[in-house]
Design a protein around this ligand. Structure first.
Ligand SMILES: O=C(O)CCC(=O)C(=O)O
Ligand SMILES: [Fe+2]
Length: 216
């Protein structure tokens, strides 16, 4: 999908200097107060699941809790289980609408990840599932503890780290998923929980072919 990301008026969103990619960041997309209220509300109200993946034939718990929400056609397969999305809660629907308006790109589903402490994280991966289309626009809202987010440029192996702050917005578009892997490092520091919301768009035409893959 072609993105209008850099043609719309999003004054707070700054492009990051990553070659072969379109990544932009706004530290204060939500106020501190709004982000704190939202993280508590989501921790209490979303139907969190502890998912497992198969690693070398063994079932292993992934290091975070997850909840999948969106339009009814946005199904995905997790550990061989075809999962229907939960409906979009009002609070997430409002964020989704704001992102669509500000970025000029459609969104219809969101993966919520709850990193309970520094020992939770997400391995390097690309959000490159076919049903997301050729050049997906992924809008990632961070709530709670600040965490290190890493990009790995696939052709050179070069790494770029950024800190994702409470209330921030990170947008990945264009060729980002083709040229980079991204992930959330674990840390030994004792830190509070963080919820990340990655809004995506799954085309009703593409979704029947395959599924979102598992990230560890
Ligand atoms: O927690 C994050 O910031 C990253 C989440 C992510 O990459 C994903 O859900 O695919
Ligand atoms: Fe991702």
């Amino acid at each position: 999908m072609q993105s209008d990301l850099f043609h719309t008026s999003t004054p707070g969103l700054q492009a990051l200097p990553l070659k072969d990619a379109q990544v932009s960041y706004q530290p204060d997309w939500l106020s501190e107060q709004a982000a704190s209220t939202l993280i508590t509300q989501l921790q209490q109200s979303l139907p969190w699941r502890q998912d497992t993946i198969k690693l070398y034939g063994k079932s292993v718990s992934i290091p975070r809790l997850q909840s999948w929400h969106g339009a009814p056609h946005c199904e995905y397969t997790y550990s061989g289980l075809r999962m229907k999305p939960h409906p979009m809660p009002e609070a997430l629907g409002a964020l989704q609408q704001r992102l669509t308006d500000e970025l000029g790109a459609p969104f219809n589903c969101v993966l919520a990840n709850w990193y309970r402490d520094g020992q939770d994280g997400m391995g390097l991966h690309a959000d490159d599932e076919p049903e997301l289309g050729e050049e997906p626009v992924i809008a990632s809202v961070s709530l709670g503890a600040e965490r290190k987010f890493s990009f790995k440029h696939l052709p050179t192996g070069e790494r770029t780290d950024i800190q994702l702050e409470n209330g921030s917005l990170l947008v990945m578009a264009g060729q980002t998923q083709r040229f980079y892997h991204h992930g959330l490092s674990k840390t030994r520091k004792i830190i509070d929980g963080r919820i990340n919301l990655t809004f995506r768009y799954i085309s009703p035409d593409l979704c029947k072919y395959t599924s979102l893959s598992n990230h560890n």
